[in-house]
Design a protein around this ligand. Structure first.
Ligand SMILES: Nc1ncnc2c1ncn2[C@@H]1O[C@H](COP(=O)(O)OP(=O)(O)OP(=O)(O)O)[C@@H](O)[C@H]1O
Length: 355
């Protein structure tokens, strides 16, 4: 390992990022239904964490517990360094929560909603007006500020909700499904807002059913299933959990293609497109092996592309048994890249859009 890399990792080990949220063994049941069955979390400050899970997995329950709205039946958690059980007031002072239980009052204007929040945070009238105007401007709501919030579009209401949350200057924000029901433009606006918050050092705890959203925004993702964290990691780490990744080599020169194909017996061939497809997890080690092999044989590929499974694959691999199973459709047979049997493996689940 190069010394610069060594010293960097040592530095990280000596000064780990402060932890914004940590939980050990969180449990919650409603009657005889166990919703959270020992959930452990560790979220570094200044990062985006996404909690993914099918409907009813317990995502909102986890947010409600961590934001002190309900009590857990068991386990321990610290938020912003404060214990949930012993110092819930300090937790509340450090966090903001928006989501399915929105704080927006439709009967009053956007500006009045903001001023109400400012009052709740004990800001002076003057300071409250300043903060409200600044946030309304930042979230592109100045023109609509004097209109009742009930007249706002879904995207405007979400923006107002986040603006209200920011009045208190929280360092940790819980966003429970922040873009559910928004159109693509509003969703992208919301993603921009979330990225700006993180750039300002805010920690974002996000729940979402949109895998693309988690992929786009999250530093780390945890998949909640059957009350437990079924997998946790960076988007890339999670994608490497499921098979289906491959490397495709494209050749412009037919002679180079033929000699590569002859030497790489396990590769799937496409003689027309002059491409070879090799099963691969897309890891650095495997890519290096392929590149070393190309170098050693003197064969030059014109293009090398890595195809990793997407988060849909991961989600269904981990939670598939709980998804409604679509009726089986006749599938065209596709040749397996390695020539192995194409029999479905334990991770092979039907894909569908998650909503
Ligand atoms: N107050 C309650 N009383 C009884 N059951 C509840 C209560 N709140 C939640 N549940 C149940 O707990 C389970 C988890 O609910 P929760 O809202 O946390 O799931 P979720 O992952 O956020 O789902 P969704 O994506 O549909 O919002 C569900 O089965 C729900 O019906």
């Amino acid at each position: 390992m190069p010394s610069s890399v060594m010293s960097m990792s040592n530095a990280v080990a000596e000064h780990p990022a402060p932890v914004a949220v940590s939980a050990v063994g969180l449990r919650k049941s409603y009657g005889d239904k166990t919703v959270l069955d020992g959930v452990d979390l560790r979220i570094p400050a200044g990062s985006v964490f996404a909690l993914l899970g099918p409907n009813g997995a317990g995502k909102t329950t986890a947010v409600k517990i961590l934001s002190t709205l309900i009590a857990a039946d068991g386990g321990q958690a610290q938020v912003a360094g404060h214990d949930l059980d012993h110092d819930p007031q300090a937790v509340r002072a450090a966090i903001g929560v928006t989501g399915q239980f929105s704080a927006v009052d439709g009967l009053i204007t956007g500006e009045e909603n903001m001023l109400l929040m400012a009052d709740l945070h004990h800001l002076s009238k003057r300071e409250g007006r300043r903060v409200a105007a600044e946030l309304l401007e930042r979230f592109d709501l100045t023109a609509a500020a004097k209109k009742p919030a009930s007249t706002y579009s879904g995207g405007m209401k979400r923006r107002l909700d986040i603006a209200m949350t920011l009045v208190g200057g929280p360092r940790i924000i819980f966003l429970d499904e922040p873009t559910t029901g928004l159109d693509p433009r509003s969703r992208h606006t919301m993603w921009g807002i979330i990225r700006e918050l993180v750039a300002d050092g805010v920690t974002v705890f996000l729940t979402t059913q949109y895998l693309e959203e988690a992929d786009q925004l999250a530093d780390r993702i945890a998949v909640l299933n059957n009350g437990r964290i079924a997998a946790e990691g960076t988007p890339g780490e999670l994608k490497r959990l499921v098979p289906g990744g491959h490397v495709r080599l494209r050749f412009a020169d037919p002679a180079a293609y033929r000699s590569a194909a002859a030497a790489l017996a396990e590769a799937a061939r496409d003689d027309e497109a002059l491409t070879l497809q090799l099963p691969s997890d897309g890891s650095q080690r495997e890519l290096r092996a392929i590149l070393d092999w190309l170098d050693s044989t003197g064969v030059e590929a014109d293009e090398l592309t890595v195809h990793t499974p997407d988060l849909d694959d991961v989600f269904f691999a981990l939670t598939g048994s709980q998804q409604p199973q679509p009726q089986p459709q006749p599938q065209p047979q596709r040749p397996h890249p390695t020539g192995r049997s194409d029999r479905p493996g334990p991770f092979d689940q039907p894909k569908e859009t998650v909503r």
